[in-house]
Design a protein around this ligand. Structure first.
Ligand code: ADP
Ligand code: ZN
Length: 210
């Protein structure tokens, strides 16, 4: 199964990607996480991406397309994958088509902007393994500590309110047109993001079944 998760920043794509990954045993690929790891390791790609990311802007298409091309060549993608945060622009979607990749479904998780801003302020991520948590909706077992690896939980720089605003603008302008792109291909399924993570997961799984 080859899936794309669409939705605004903070709509919960990453969390749902993990659930799908567990259930179907296919890798969840987050371009955001790959870029953040490159940034941390100080690679050339990380340096290129840094200024865009910190301002809440999209990283240039050729950079992320390169990342995805390499990642999809890896062995674990043979039986499918979940793309979380890619594509985010029409040229990125076109690049996937040009690579001859047959996407089965595109699940769009819809959450109103106002909710997004509320949610982002509570988001925390692990400084070691990038797992994501929320102060209200997805609490770690021990406050401030990652369940998975014991790393310290921090707020992402780009989750600051002004940056979130910029990311929402980018989303509506650059990413939302992908909905009609995939609708025309008959692949789009829309799911309303719920208050409870598990309720959204139920809707996502149901969307994957039919
Ligand atoms: P969220 O989904 O919460 O916005 P991500 O971790 O997916 O967070 O992305 C964080 C940032 O990484 C984006 O704001 C952007 O700068 C960069 N990025 C991630 N994926 C892409 C992409 N496909 N195209 C361009 N930039 C990207
Ligand atoms: Zn961790």
């Amino acid at each position: 199964m080859k899936l794309i998760l669409l939705g605004a920043p903070g709509a919960g794509k990453g969390t749902q990607a993990e659930k799908i990954c567990e259930k179907f045993n296919i890798p969840a690929i987050s371009t955001g996480n790959i870029i953040r790891a490159a940034l941390k390791n100080g690679t050339e790609m990380g340096l290129k991406a840094k200024s865009y990311m910190e301002k809440g802007q999209l990283v240039p298409d050729e950079v992320v397309i390169g990342i995805i091309k390499d990642r999809l060549k890896e062995d674990d993608c043979k039986f499918g994958f979940i793309l979380d945060g890619f594509p985010r622009t029409i040229p990125q979607a076109q690049a996937l088509e040009d690579m001859g990749i047959e996407i089965d479904k595109v699940v769009d998780i819809e959450v109103p902007d106002k909710k997004i801003t509320e949610r982002m302020s509570g988001r925390r991520v692990c400084s070691k393994c990038a797992n994501s948590y929320h102060l209200l909706y997805k609490k770690p077992k021990v406050e401030g500590i990652c369940d998975a690896c014991g790393g310290e939980l921090v707020q992402r720089k780009d989750d600051a309110p002004e940056t979130v605003q910029a990311r929402l603008v980018e989303y509506h302008e650059m990413t939302e047109p992908l909905k009609s792109f995939y609708e025309k291909l008959g692949k789009l399924v829309i799911v309303d993001g719920q208050e409870e993570v598990s309720d959204t997961t139920k809707l996502v799984f149901a969307a994957l079944e039919d």
